[in-house]
Design a protein around this ligand. Structure first.
Ligand code: COA
Length: 167
């Protein structure tokens, strides 16, 4: 498996993957903006430029994606992981672990990795726990057509070391 960081040239790949993730796992994500702006090239360029996106490939096939974004509430040594998705046929094979390790290794100055997990997505919560994340106790309710809430988890230095090194 190879993990690579997307560049601006990859905006179409990012768009198509993100739409595939939203379509395949609608209960795992909130962002309707991505779906409604599917055809808006400027939007996807901006998303490529603003955040760090990684994808995992097995051979020619793209099997997963994840994103690292600056956390507005925390100092520069913290990041949020978002838009995490793995192709169903390739789940439970270490794809997320590999993508997370890549993000962590590419930003050695970051000591806290956060993720928001929607209530109801117990599987993701369990997976993040297996990867070393722990609940911060923070919760937020999100306004929308259907009100939803989510809980925050954090991976600290001990958890980061537990991810191990890339093979
Ligand atoms: C959550 C998700 C990204 C996990 O990706 P993945 O590549 O299957 O995860 P990994 O294979 O790296 O597994 C990481 C750990 O979780 C465990 N795990 C993964 N899926 C599991 C499952 N269904 N049940 C129990 N444990 C599981 C793995 O065994 C592994 O632990 P280990 O290394 O100690 O054995 C994937 O299931 C997915 O895309 N789900 C739908 C979208 C989603 O919920 N995204 C998260 C939004 S917050």
């Amino acid at each position: 498996m190879d993990v690579e960081v997307l560049t601006d040239d990859d905006w179409k790949l990012l768009r198509d993957l993100r739409l595939r993730a939203l379509d395949e796992s609608p209960g795992a994500f909130l962002s309707k903006a991505d779906a409604t702006r599917a055809g808006d090239e400027a939007y996807w360029h901006e998303r490529c430029a603003r955040d760090t996106w990684v994808i995992a490939r097995i051979g020619q096939e793209v099997v997963g994606m994840a994103c690292s974004v600056q956390d507005p509430d925390h100092s520069s040594d913290a990041r949020h992981v978002e838009s995490v998705w793995v192709e169903p046929a390739h789940r439970r094979k270490g794809v997320l672990r590999a993508m997370l390790r890549h993000l962590v290794e590419s930003e050695p100055g970051v000591h806290s990795w956060f993720v928001w997990v929607l209530d109801g997505n117990e599987l993701a919560r369990d997976v993040y726990e297996r990867l070393g994340f722990r609940s911060t106790g923070e919760r937020q309710t999100l306004a929308g057509a259907v009100e939803r809430s989510e809980a925050r988890m954090r991976l600290d230095d001990v958890g980061i070391r537990g991810l191990g090194s890339a093979p």
